[in-house]
Design a protein around this ligand. Structure first.
Ligand SMILES: [Zn+2]
Ligand SMILES: [Zn+2]
Length: 245
């Protein structure tokens, strides 16, 4: 199974990358995590007719601004999943005068709204709300015998640990610099993300959603990850990186 980082920035595009989007290519499904501007590269890695699922964590624009390029794809069909209210939001922004309406895309789109899980979609899924300025859902997938957890915008919270319990890979946000924390604007520093991985006994941690203003270079990402103590298995996300697990 390949995990492909299509966009690894938080907030805005910059020379370090596009806003956040991650693709999981499993044996039977393509799973997109959020729809930042990095989503425009999805067709470099989706070249077959396997079903495509897009999970939205929340509606901050850096997580959905790539939706307006959906009409470049020729998916066999697309299921978009997100928290309650997803239909209303998508039918507003994926519409005139902003972009091509969902029903005019060159493939059929199904929207499914999720309450906190667990679920048995075609694959087992759990989802829980994280700690963020706007309600943000984290996801735990069971695919090809591996557990992959996705915790985008959040501060430290118990639900992130529960979602990541014994995960083979935790994909976590890393908006903050080392040593930074905020009660008003919860996000994670590299150490805070690693502390979740440690508590959850996650086998590997991949950092993404590096705030574009704080992380001005890929070198800064590497140095930040190198500052983490007590956890070794850290992968520093950057656009185009492919992880095989
Ligand atoms: Zn964000
Ligand atoms: Zn956000």
């Amino acid at each position: 199974m390949d995990i492909i980082f299509l966009g690894t920035n938080g907030w805005y595009d910059s020379p370090t990358g596009n806003t956040i989007c991650t693709l999981i290519n499993s044996e039977r499904y393509h799973i997109l995590l959020d729809a930042g501007n990095g989503i425009h590269k999805a067709d470099r890695y989706i070249k077959d007719d396997l079903p495509v699922f897009l999970f939205l964590s929340h509606f901050h624009l850096d997580h959905i601004e790539g939706l307006h390029v959906l009409n470049k794809f020729r998916f066999p069909g697309l299921t978009i999943l997100g928290q309650k209210g997803t239909s209303g939001v998508l039918n507003t922004i994926m519409n005139e005068p902003f972009t091509v309406p969902l029903e005019k895309l060159p493939f059929s789109v199904t929207i499914r709204e999720l309450s906190p899980g667990p679920y048995k979609l075609p694959f087992p899924l759990d989802c829980r709300f994280l700690r963020h300025a706007s309600p943000c859902m984290g996801y735990r997938f069971d695919l090809d015998g591996k557990i992959i957890t996705y915790c985008p915008d959040t501060g430290p919270c118990e639900n992130a640990v529960l979602l990541a319990e014994d995960a083979d890979l935790l994909i976590s946000e890393c908006a903050f610099l080392p040593g930074e924390e905020s009660a008003d604007w919860p996000h994670l520093s590299p150490q805070a993300a690693a502390d979740i991985a440690i508590q959850a006994k996650a086998k590997k941690l991949a950092l993404t959603h590096f705030d574009a203003e704080r992380y001005q270079s890929l070198q800064m990402r590497q140095e930040a990850a190198a500052s983490v103590q007590g956890y070794q298995e850290i992968i520093v996300g950057q656009d185009g990186l492919v992880i095989r697990i």
